[in-house]
Design a protein around this ligand. Structure first.
Ligand SMILES: Nc1ncnc2c1ncn2[C@@H]1O[C@H](COP(=O)(O)OP(=O)(O)OP(=O)(O)O)[C@@H](O)[C@H]1O
Ligand SMILES: CC(C)(CO)[C@@H](O)C(=O)NCCC(=O)O
Ligand SMILES: [Mn+2]
Length: 907
């Protein structure tokens, strides 16, 4: 079935590259491979890496290809994909699965490359390859499960999607795998016998530090504080990271003073750690799993087991030394009672008492070390923490209390994977060591093996499996669809610590760790948009979703929109039974994600509206809906193209001033066509596209809610004597298909071209709602160019028209008199844009731009409404959401925004 899906791919889609392909499963991958072999998709892989081992190199696909894939089975890079941390309790696995490299450069990209010279974009001498970092864990006692997993995915041979595996070439004889932790020594022979691999042992402390440093530098919202149930992400300044204390709470606890990359000292440790909690807890409560033990603690009352200050002082505080009656005076102190046996204590109470004892103790020792070494920041890692609110609060409380607020406890989202990541980083030359935050995109696939809650980590492979899991899941119950929020524990101050409220009686299953850390997609070609005035303080989201009512509102909007979206998505895939099944699974997956996030908004890192909107698109892609609005987009494009000639004629009959106003009005009016907006979807039932467009045009009345048109006009046309040079180059960030692009943005682009301004249309790399994509634009421009000389000549000059492109390459059209019109992709598959992560071709195109126009709600209101740029910026949008209108400027539905901001002054 998966094969059918992939076989439906059109040539156009195969050009979408890195961001598109999301579903990783064996069958699917193989299906895709077949397709690419059949259609001879030329792919470039590691051919420009240094020190290649080219022995037994083979060419994949058709030998006539100009850029055939060269497989290098002996190239050691192919196996630098798996690293392990084998600890006393758990085995942690980090593995890298490679993306298909962007298939052959299509002509649009070649044109971009020729003009902007987009190469070597990362300023490194060789390109690093795109791919994904996965995080998986197993119990050390179940080493066999781990070996089976590695073997089933062929991770020791570079993974089932590796070139050598797929080409059926016998892989490297004795692959080497980096591993750290005690088990790297203890189990080296087992690995050799079972998998035929050699373990390359890496120092454990070294790896912990390397992993922590990598995470703190490369992942934007990795570190957070956790106090009184409240999680707050901490923006770490890379230049002010060291020194810090790293406390890794595994079975045992290591405390490491970190002064820099590779500069550290293990200053302390304690044998009272995670193993102690789980070991003692198991003996005392008969729990069968760590999670069961932790879950018990949530209903515990430790005062039944612990001796409190109040127990000793007859119910009173010992305020003279700052101890409240509820402070634990002696953990397990009540168990000295001669009249009670173990069976007289509730397991819940024992578990909580133990958890508090150990967390508090670790917090206290950490503080003492921080004090001794003069360190203000303490990062806690290790799987003992388990993302558990109470544990983190206890540790934070201890640090805060003892240091009188001088030291701060912080936690890491990838808590238990520091060592494994460090081991992974220790492979030479994979180029990941200097990765930047903007090259990593975290995604949350809905495929973790929740089944039974026992297997830890790996995403469900097969789409089919994924769907049946979703189906099973809904029957099974409530874990995600009706989550019980974790109740924040209360503190009483003065060293006292209330027991956690018994409301929070459910611990999220450990398997849902996949819903806490996602897969890290490495997209080496992403860059920070060079025209951002201040990338450091840039925040894409306008609306703060940490406001609970705001969050709930947008969740409702998304939930209510889902049924219609599913209809469209299913129809876009032919409405088959398979499509229906996938549609159903998509809806469940999305609602599961939403439920998870409403329960804990910060579960996936800092949450903004842009993330939510992108999550929806990612979910669609995960269930192989490639373009839900494809037929709607086509229909609207056709309808709009028929109106275009009349519109252009009308515009040409106007004077410059009227024309500019009409053009901007036109953009605003045509921005009404937005399938992401409830108000607009309702409108669609009321008339044809053209009728709605005319109606919308008629309603345009200035002043708009935000109306800087006169300022823009002055800059464009001058004022009286004052004249300006026309803009040199404008980047137009376009939004929707149909009227929006064809009757709105294209005519505006044409006006700029007419004035001698070079125009770059910037569009999505992947579909999102009814947004036009960079892959659809050339055809649209070509159609529009049939009605317009300016567009035709500029499109030719920009290499946008295929025939013209061929000529240009032959050098026949050396000098075209027209300014070029180009199309670049933005690197996103979302209705919003985060300027910290854009495609390298956009970054290159932006270099000498002096005007950017952001169009549409997603790009200019939800995100970037407050963004400042180094060049002039025009933000144009019609507000199709009443709440947003009220929130932003006390406005109304269908208000228009025309915000013109001259280049930000920068020092
Ligand atoms: N599913 C689980 N099974 C067992 N322990 C778990 C689980 N989840 C969390 N833990 C806790 O995490 C601890 C192990 O953490 P971690 O994996 O960081 O250490 P380790 O590498 O196994 O130990 P060490 O570094 O001391 O050798 C356990 O002792 C337990 O307290
Ligand atoms: C022995 C290690 C380093 C193994 O990971 C860890 O379990 C640990 O730091 N234990 C604490 C030993 C101590 O310093 O008391
Ligand atoms: Mn460890």
């Amino acid at each position: 079935m998966a094969d059918n899906q992939t076989n439906n791919k059109t040539g156009c889609e195969s050009e979408r590259g890195d961001l598109e392909e999301n579903i990783e499963d064996k069958e699917d991958k193989e299906g895709e491979k077949e397709v690419s072999a059949a259609s001879s998709n030329p792919m470039q892989r590691s051919s420009s890496r240094p020190q290649l081992d080219v022995s037994r190199a083979a060419i994949q696909g058709d030998f006539d290809d100009r850029n055939p894939t060269i497989l290098l089975p002996n190239q050691s890079d192919d196996i630098s994909h798996l690293a392990l941390d084998i600890g006393g309790s758990l085995i942690k696995l980090v593995y890298f699965s490679r993306h298909e490299e962007n298939p052959s450069d299509n002509w649009r990209k070649r044109a971009i490359k020729q003009r902007f010279g987009v190469s070597n974009v990362n300023r490194r001498s060789y390109p690093i390859l795109g791919g994904r970092l996965h995080f998986v864990k197993f119990e050390t006692g179940k080493l066999n499960e781990c070996l089976d997993f590695i073997s089933s995915k062929q991770l020791h041979h570079g993974g089932i999607d590796s070139p050598s595996w797929n080409a059926g070439i016998r892989p490297v004889e004795n692959p080497i795998i980096k591993a750290t932790g005690g088990g790297a020594y203890k189990y080296a022979d087992v690995f050799n016998e079972r998998l035929g691999v050699s373990i390359d042992k890496e120092d454990e402390m070294n790896c912990l530090v390397a992993g922590a440093n990598f995470l703190l530098k490369a992942i934007r919202h990795e570190a957070f504080t956790h106090m009184d149930g409240q999680k707050d992400f901490v923006q770490i300044d890379h230049n002010d990271l060291f020194p810090y204390l790293l406390v890794n709470i595994g079975s045992g606890v290591s405390m490491i003073k970190v002064d820099g990359d590779g500069k550290f000292e293990r200053v302390s440790g304690t044998n009272v750690g995670g193993g102690t909690y789980w070991g003692l807890g198991r003996l005392l409560t008969k729990c069968k799993s760590f999670d069961e033990l932790l879950e018990l603690s949530q209903q515990g009352d430790n005062s039944k087991v612990d001796m409190l200050v109040g127990d000793i002082y007859g119910g009173m505080d010992y305020s003279k030394i700052g101890l409240s009656a509820s402070t634990i005076a002696s953990s397990f102190g009540k168990a000295i009672s001669e009249t009670k046996e173990l069976s007289d204590y509730r397991p819940e109470d024992i578990s909580l008492s133990l958890l508090r004892m150990i967390s508090y103790n670790i917090g206290q020792i950490s503080y003492l070390n921080a004090l001794w070494y003069g360190l203000k920041r303490i990062f806690f890692g290790g799987f003992f923490i388990r993302g558990h609110a109470y544990t983190m609060d206890t540790i934070s409380f201890a640090v805060q209390f003892w240091s009188k607020g001088q030291a701060q406890a912080m936690f890491l989202r990838h808590e238990g994977f520091l060592g494994a990541l460090g081991a992974f980083m220790s492979y030479e030359k994979h180029g990941l060591d200097d990765l930047m935050a903007h090259q990593l995109v975290e995604r949350f696939p809905m495929g973790a093996p929740y089944v039974g809650g026992k297997i830890h980590g790996p995403p469900l492979g097969d789409l089919n499996e994924k769907i049946s899991w979703m189906e099973k899941f809904l029957q099974k119950g409530t874990e995600i669809t009706a989550p019980v929020p974790m109740a924040p524990p209360g503190t009483t101050g003065m060293g006292g610590f209330d027991r956690p409220s018994s409301k929070g009686h459910m611990l999220r299953s450990d398997a849902s760790a996949a819903l806490t850390i996602g897969v890290l997609h490495l997209v080496p070609s992403l860059e920070v948009f060079p025209l951002l005035a201040d990338p450091k303080t840039y925040e894409p989201n306008t609306i703060d979703l940490s406001d609970r009512t705001e969050l709930e509102y947008w969740f409702t909007v998304l939930s209510e929109h889902t049924p219609d979206l599913v209809d469209k998505a299913v129809a876009s895939e032919g409405g088959t039974d398979d499509a229906k099944r996938r549609g159903d699974a998509f809806a469940r997956a999305l609602s599961a994600h939403l439920a998870r996030l409403i329960e804990e908004p910060a579960a996936y890192g800092k949450l903004g509206l842009a993330n939510l909107l992108e999550l929806r698109e990612e979910c669609l892609r995960e269930f192989q809906f490639r373009d839900a609005y494809i037929s709607i987009k086509q229909r609207e494009n056709e309808a709009s193209l028929t109106v275009l000639p009349d519109l252009l004629m009308e515009l040409d009959s106007m004077n410059e001033e009227d024309r500019l106003l009409t053009l901007v009005e036109g953009v605003l009016a045509a921005n009404i066509f937005d399938w992401g907006s409830r108000a607009c979807v309702d409108l669609y039932h009321k008339g044809t596209i053209i009728e709605i467009y005319r109606m919308s045009r008629k309603k345009m009345q200035r002043p708009w809610r935000v109306d800087d048109f006169d300022k823009f006009k002055e800059r464009m046309l001058g004022c009286g004597e004052k004249k300006f040079q026309p803009y040199k180059k404008a980047l137009l960030f376009v939004d929707n298909s149909g009227a929006d692009i064809i009757l709105g943005m294209l005519p505006l682009a044409r006006e700029l071209l007419r004035q001698g301004t070079e125009v770059v249309l910037v569009a999505n790399s992947l579909p999102a709602l009814n947004d036009v994509t960079a892959y659809e634009l050339p055809e649209i421009v070509a159609e529009a160019a049939k009605h317009c000389d300016i567009l035709r000549k500029s499109a030719e000059a920009g290499g946008l028209l295929v025939d013209a492109m061929v000529n240009a390459q032959d050098g026949l059209k050396a000098s075209s008199p027209s300014v070029p019109l180009m199309v670049v992709e933005n690197g996103c598959g979302s209705p919003c844009i985060d300027f910290r992560q854009v495609s390298s071709e956009l970054a290159a195109a932006a270099k000498d731009a002096d005007l950017i126009i952001l169009e549409g709600m997603g790009r200019s209101l939800h995100t970037n409404f407050n963004a400042k740029f180094k060049c002039d910026a025009l933000k144009l949008a019609m507000v199709k959401n009443q709440r947003l209108a009220v929130k932003l400027f006390n406005g109304k539905l269908y208000d228009c925004v025309c915000r013109f901001e001259p280049a930000a002054q920068h020092s």
